[in-house]
Design a protein around this ligand. Sequence first.
Ligand code: ADP
Length: 192
Amino acid sequence: MLNLVLFGPPGAGKGTQSVKLIEKFDLVHLSTGDIFRANIKGGTELGILAKSYIDKGQLVPDEVTIGMLASEVNSNPNAKGFIFDGFPRTQAQALALDNLLKEKASAITMMLALEVEEEELRKRLLLRGKESGRVDDQNPEVIQNRINVYNAETMPVKDYYMAQNKYKGINGIGQIEVIFNQLCQAIEGAAN
Ligand code: ADP
């Protein structure tokens, strides 16, 4: 299986690149943010709970997020591989993901990290807020909180994959196609 963790701060371009990567490599895209938003839209119990955290720019608790992710993986038994987008965001989530894949005699192939500096992220998120109507992208305080949570809680997840020699950083500033090609090269390099 080809199992990729697409990593990077809010607004780094994970969603944009995921759409292109799943098509090229025939993978299942699991975006925890998208799944939460679908649940919010559908008014499910999970959605109502998630909304209370997302609106403030906080992480949804690990227990809830891990349970949801596991059930998504389990409901795709024939997948050739997955792109995990927005997951894992904490060390506990990274450990849980390893254990889940181990049960399936599989593992994470690599972590691809889109590197973008903070000033550019703030600009991109505010623009997305105007265009998409995403509430968490419209308030500068919520955006800053997400960036702070990323730096404090999510950044350490990079070390987890670095220690396993699975980390690959990619410059996330530039043309979408150029970034995509760099991601593809990194994946093909790891697969050979
Ligand atoms: P972005 O990366 O642009 O902030 P996402 O769509 O990935 O946006 O996530 C939106 C929100 O959903 C996050 O700010 C967080 O509240 C919640 N969320 C998404 N993934 C996770 C996760 N793995 N663990 C906890 N909360 C999450």
